[in-house]
Design a protein around this ligand. Structure first.
Ligand code: SAH
Ligand code: SF4
Length: 405
């Protein structure tokens, strides 16, 4: 059987002669195509693709050898051509409020000589849900002044497989796959028959809409009934305001949208969320008003970080309500989470309450987000990894080494 693959049009993997093709993150049609290229006929390729999907996403299997409905010899052949690689766990920290933070290390199978990248993923258990905060990039190209990730230059985009692997790893560690056991932490992880991971928020490291195709591919697999099967109402994508990708997000991924608003005037937003200089408040709010699928049952969440003396006055609160008047919206006030070297302070509690009061009286309910996992630097805006972008010289040297290999 041949292992020459021509699936680049359907996937974001970069097949390299001799390298195993990663299956995690490929759409099912991509797995079918890969199996066809591997030598199976159409019918067989489809059947095997369904089996593989079930093993990977429903059972959380990481070894071909465990796939008992596939003949042993064929399992070995698959093993030689494809990989089910997930990241290595560098650290796993548990906060005293049950929040967990993992540092995952990914190696790019297509470029084995490149240094691995490290990514943070956070799990937040609550009584009625368990939310996984997933990263889309290593670092960020944007430089929002209150955000720790914004101080880490973009190293690279994560592939769809790397985005999904964060979900698979969390589900495994939390005992969400058949036969798994919940961590013994006094019942902080929702238990029983319920899943530990019930919701996904794309609010980890990076700007998801600057890695649109990979995020889309990953979130479609997260929703697929025969894969991870999470309702699109339980998946939220947060953006700092990449306006041209807002409409496609609603139309093609159809998930809940969150907007990092943080300021109600262009001059201040230009400073706090510099992407505003490219797409200002007016264009951002217009994209929100026309977000596909928007209605009173499916509202947009507007995130607003509370920065002392910067954006937290009564006038700001009133302007916020006025700006959002015609948009089905929820408002999420986020107490600022400090990080080493940050130049802001969180608004006083009375100020946040007063701000929330104005917002509440305009008809928006329970808006303050309780900071979670601050003791392990897992709260909003505290994520950052040590991975650095290599200089051009370093990258060239590694590419040369790779060619020689
Ligand atoms: N890049 C995307 C998603 C990641 S950030 C975005 O900007 O929307 C997730 C949320 O945390 C965003 O609303 C972000 O503005 C907010 N955030 C960033 N730094 C923060 C901090 N130090 N304290 C509180 N919230 C912060
Ligand atoms: Fe990037 Fe979002 Fe942080 Fe801004 S708030 S720097 S867009 S991760």
């Amino acid at each position: 059987m041949s292992i020459a693959l021509d699936i680049a049009h359907e996937t974001t993997t970069r097949p390299v002669t001799g390298a195993k093709v990663p299956l995690i993150g490929l759409p099912k049609t991509g797995v079918t195509a890969a199996l066809r290229d591997f030598g199976l006929n159409e019918k067989e390729a489809r059947m095997r693709a369904s089996q593989l999907w079930n093993w990977i996403y429903v059972n959380g299997t990481t070894e071909f050898s465990a796939m008992t409905n596939i003949a042993k010899g064929f399992r070995t052949e698959l093993e030689q051509a494809f990989s089910l690689d997930r990241p290595e766990i560098v650290t796993e920290q548990v906060s005293n409020d049950g929040t967990r933070k993992w540092l995952f290390r990914f190696r790019d199978p297509a470029q084995p000589n490149m240094p691995p990248v490290d990514v943070e993923t956070v799990y937040i258990p609550e009584a009625d849900r368990g939310t996984l905060c997933v990263s889309s990039q290593v670092g960020c190209t944007l430089t929002c002044t209150f955000c720790h990730t914004g101080t880490q230059k973009l190293v690279r985009n994560l592939t769809a497989g790397e985005i999904l692997s964060q979900v698979l790893m969390a589900r495994e560690r939390l005992g969400d796959f058949p036969g798994g056991t919940r961590p013994d932490d006094g019942g902080l992880v929702p238990g029983g028959d319920n899943r530990a991971v019930t919701n996904i928020v794309m609010m980890g490291m990076g700007e998801p809409l600057y890695n649109y195709e990979n995020v889309k591919q990953a979130l479609l697999i997260a929703q697929a009934g025969d894969a991870i099967s999470l309702s699109r109402r339980r998946i939220t994508l947060s953006t700092s305001g990449v306006v041209p990708y807002i409409e496609p997000t609603g139309r093609e991924i159809a998930v809940q949208l969150a907007i990092s608003l943080h300021a109600v005037r262009d001059d201040l937003r230009n400073e706090l969320v510099p992407i505003n200089k490219k797409w200002n408040l007016e264009s951002l709010l217009e994209a929100c008003r026309t977000y596909p699928g928007l209605n009173n049952a499916r509202r947009i969440t507007f995130e607003y970080v509370m920065l002392k003396g910067i954006n937290d006055s009564d006038a700001d609160a009133r302007e916020l309500v006025r700006l959002l008047a015609k948009i089905p919206a929820k408002i999420n006030l986020i107490p600022f989470n400090p990080w080493p070297g940050s130049n802001y302070e969180c608004s006083d509690w009375e100020r946040i309450e007063r701000f929330a009061d104005i917002v509440n009286r305009a008809g928006y309910a329970s808006p303050v987000r309780t900071p979670r996992g601050r003791d392990i630097a897992a709260a909003c805006g505290q994520l950052k990894s040590e991975s650095e972008r290599l200089s051009k010289k370093q990258r060239d040297a590694l590419e040369v080494a790779e060619t020689i290999d």
